[in-house]
Write a protein that binds this ligand. Structure first.
Ligand SMILES: C[S@@+](CC[C@H](N)C(=O)[O-])C[C@H]1O[C@@H](n2cnc3c(N)ncnc32)[C@H](O)[C@@H]1O
Length: 184
């Protein structure tokens, strides 16, 4: 599966953002500190080959819905072929459309939003519009978890979320910072 990821990286480096999928160590840092169980709606942005998607699915039961948005058509097609579950909804769409997409599925807000989007490669306009819609789409008690390869996103996230906690793993290529953001 990572062959497909590398191929897509060479086609559009900025959109994919990394030459390799994330490690299991980064997946653990992203997912192990947040209770994914007993949630109604989780959203994943930028799943790539599904390294985090599969871990999320291991932790939830059939009553939790997972909406996954991937902009790259090839990666999205592979993910749809690999994951066929009634509570997992994989869509080829840009992350800035989450507001309207969660409504299509009959939800108002998400409990948890997990993002691998390469924010540093986006235009200021796209980055801001995605972060604003993430903020609007998140429950008051919800968490937004985002990884990046630098600390540059801290300022942007802190403008929108009163609480931004940082974590780090060197056991990824490249090493990564995990931002966990909440409204209270
Ligand atoms: C750094 S990769 C992470 C992939 C995977 N989650 C991982 O950690 O290995 C970023 C992913 O975000 C996707 N992506 C980029 N821009 C996007 C957008 N605007 N909306 C949704 N997905 C996007 C890319 O196609 C790519 O799959």
């Amino acid at each position: 599966m990572s062959k497909a990821f590398i191929k897509e990286f060479w086609k559009d480096k900025k959109m994919i953002g990394s030459i390799l999928p994330s490690s299991k160590f980064l997946a653990a840092k992203m997912l192990n500190h947040i209770p994914l169980e007993n949630t109604k709606l989780i959203i994943e942005l930028g799943p790539g080959t599904g390294i985090f998607t599969e871990k999320i699915i291991e932790k939830i039961d059939a009553t939790t819905h997972l909406i996954v948005l991937e902009l790259n058509p090839e990666l999205c097609k592979d993910l749809k072929a690999k994951i066929i579950l009634p509570n997992v909804h994989i869509k080829e769409a840009s992350a800035d459309k989450i507001g309207e997409i969660i409504k299509e599925f009959g939800f108002e807000k998400a409990d948890i939003i997990i993002s691998s989007l390469p924010l540093a490669n986006f235009s200021v306009e796209l980055r801001n519009s995605i972060l604003e819609v993430v903020n609007e789409s998140l429950n008051e008690n919800g968490s937004f978890i985002q990884f990046q390869y630098s600390l540059n996103a801290y300022k942007n996230l802190k403008k929108l979320f009163p609480v931004v906690k940082l974590n780090f793993t060197a056991l990824n290529f490249p090493p990564a910072f995990v931002y966990t953001c909440s409204k209270r």
